[in-house]
Design a protein around this ligand. Structure first.
Ligand SMILES: C[S@@+](CC[C@H](N)C(=O)[O-])C[C@H]1O[C@@H](n2cnc3c(N)ncnc32)[C@H](O)[C@@H]1O
Length: 216
């Protein structure tokens, strides 16, 4: 699986973020710069990802290799992507390179913000974060992780959230196939309401919705 580096601007759009609450968890954060940028805005921001177990040089290499690899996937499925949000492939690459740089700087100067762990078990107490985000793991990799794993992962994200969990996108990687068992999964959740909400971002064609799960 790729350890990609989406930027703060991409997170803002994918999750339709207006204001950030006091505390935010970026789960499966990879090389994203969201945590660095949110922390710079005074937010108690934490990133979690199993990739943070890697030795520093290996992590740098893994993050740097994700950009050409992502471009390869896009080239392979050209008709499945749209460019109106990015404007051009060059602009997308600029976002990702800037984000990777920012992430790699931040993990060096503030390693306490980056926790090595993986779903479906996170090393945080119940209701630790006001907002929990998950970009491009759940549903994206539904060919790797099954419905049961997704249910356990989503329950864990809800457990560590005090208010809301947001997940983007709701389709599989590559061609963007839909997730046939998504309605059944949402039905099975307890103590929450779930909503599929449109967002001002689209890259995989038609993937312009996030899942918002709110504690009741
Ligand atoms: C495609 S990247 C997305 C990174 C970032 N959120 C972004 O949008 O650019 C998927 C990330 O999920 C991480 N990952 C894989 N298995 C995981 C698990 N069980 N729990 C949490 N993260 C996981 C990978 O290490 C990788 O960094």
């Amino acid at each position: 699986m790729l350890v990609t580096s989406r930027s703060y601007a991409e997170y803002e759009a994918m999750f339709d973020l207006k204001e950030l609450p006091d505390s935010v968890l970026d789960s499966c954060a990879g090389g994203a710069s969201f945590t660095a940028e949110a922390a710079a805005r005074g937010v108690d921001a934490i990133a979690v990802d199993p990739a943070y177990e890697l030795e520093p040089a290996e992590l740098v290499d893994t993050v740097r290799r994700s950009l050409p690899a992502t471009s390869g996937i896009v080239d392979e499925h050209q008709g499945s992507f749209v460019w109106h949000w990015y404007g051009s492939p060059q602009r997308k690459d600029e976002y990702r390179i800037e984000a990777a740089d920012r992430f790699l700087q931040d993990i060096e100067i503030a390693p306490e913000r980056y926790i090595a762990a993986g779903l479906p078990e996170l090393p945080f107490g119940d209701r630790r974060f006001e907002l929990v985000l998950c970009s491009h793991l759940l549903f994206t990799w539904a060919d790797k992780y099954d419905q049961e794993w997704h249910a356990a992962a989503l329950r864990e994200l809800i457990r560590v959230s005090n208010h809301e969990v947001r997940v983007f996108p709701l389709v599989m990687q590559g061609a963007g196939d839909p997730i046939p068992w998504l309605p059944e999964l949402l039905e099975s959740l307890e103590g929450v309401t779930s909503e599929i909400r449109k967002v001002p971002y689209e890259f995989q064609a038609g993937a312009n919705e996030m899942l918002v799960v709110t504690r009741t």
